[in-house]
Design a protein. Structure first.
Length: 315
């Protein structure tokens, strides 16, 4: 009886490698890999490309998720255009003369980056470079998302929306008695002046919406959401924008709609980016028992004190 009991206990005394331990080892190894600068940088860049479809999906969802809200905003934009001559005249006559400061010029060698644009672009480049050097994943994500917001602003506003609307820019000063000089206009409804696609600044029919307002607000929205701070990013882009306000030949509605489009772009990029990173994390640590393979070994074990089998299972 004692002999049989010993054999029975030896069979059920089975040392094996559990699935839980396997995940712990895997988790630790991933942490070590994350510390590799090139792995982190590659992961951030890879996620930015993988999230592109999600970026545009999020933009579309913003417009289609609440049609009443979208209709209300559309009506508001039409209303802004209707009073543009009054609001833009007030901007020219009362506000701009009281804004009298400028920022030191930063010469840029990057195409389409002119004037105060350098104050937006170069800090993004600096954030990415610094984050890459110290291997800070958060900073790299923010910088890449901000760069994407600039790229999307250029494509959506400068190439698509400006070409579709082809609105002429307002003449200065809009309330004086001087005759209109083309391609300027005093008519806020002066749309449909198509004159090829303008890849650079200025030109006929390039007023609506403002590319600078779009890109500045897109970048500000990215930083606001990523760092959970409104004051710093929006104050910064406002100071930069106003320092060169006299060079922005736009109707007031151009500026406001540009800010709205930029906000949608920046918000959509951050939402999509977060979903992509969450998806990666869930894929890395998600356990599906049906997909786990176990290698089994049954080894006879005989000694002076016992006879039995040694079972080893590796997952």
């Amino acid at each position: 009886m004692k002999y049989h009991t010993t054999i029975l206990l030896s069979i059920f005394s089975i040392p094996c490698f559990s699935q839980h331990d396997s995940l712990n080892i895997k988790h630790d190894s991933l942490k070590v890999k994350k510390q590799n600068r090139f792995k982190v940088a590659g992961s951030v860049i890879g996620d930015s490309f993988l999230s592109v479809p999600g970026d545009f999906s999020a933009m579309g969802h913003t417009l289609s998720s609440d049609w009443k809200r979208t209709a209300l905003y559309t009506a508001g934009i039409i209303g802004l255009i209707a009073i543009d001559k009054q609001t833009t005249g007030f901007l020219h006559d009362k506000i701009e003369p009281n804004i009298d400061y400028s920022l030191p010029e930063i010469k840029s060698t990057i195409p389409h980056v002119i004037g105060t644009d350098s104050y937006i672009v170069y800090p993004i480049i600096g954030l990415y470079a610094g984050s890459l050097i110290i291997n800070n994943e958060k900073g790299q994500v923010v910088a890449v998302n901000a760069a994407k917001s600039l790229a999307y602003s250029y494509v959506i506003t400068q190439i698509v929306l400006k070409t579709m609307t082809s609105r002429n820019r307002p003449q200065r000063k809009i309330n004086d008695d001087k005759p209109v000089v083309e391609p300027w206009t005093k008519n806020p409804w002066d749309f449909g002046n198509y004159d090829n696609i303008h890849f650079g600044h200025g030109g006929t029919g390039t007023s609506f919406p403002s590319f600078h307002a779009t890109s500045y607000f897109a970048v500000a929205k990215v930083f606001q959401m990523e760092y959970n701070n409104y004051w710093i990013p929006y104050t910064f882009v406002t100071v930069v924008f106003l320092s060169d306000i006299k060079s922005h030949e736009h109707w007031v509605s151009d500026l406001l709609v540009g800010g709205l489009v930029g906000t949608i772009i920046g918000r959509s990029i951050v939402i999509s980016s977060r979903k992509q990173r969450t998806k990666n994390e869930s894929n890395a640590f998600n356990y599906n028992p049906k997909k786990v393979k176990m290698h089994k070994q049954l080894i006879p074990q005989i000694s002076n004190s016992m006879v039995g089998f040694h079972f080893i299972g590796t997952f």
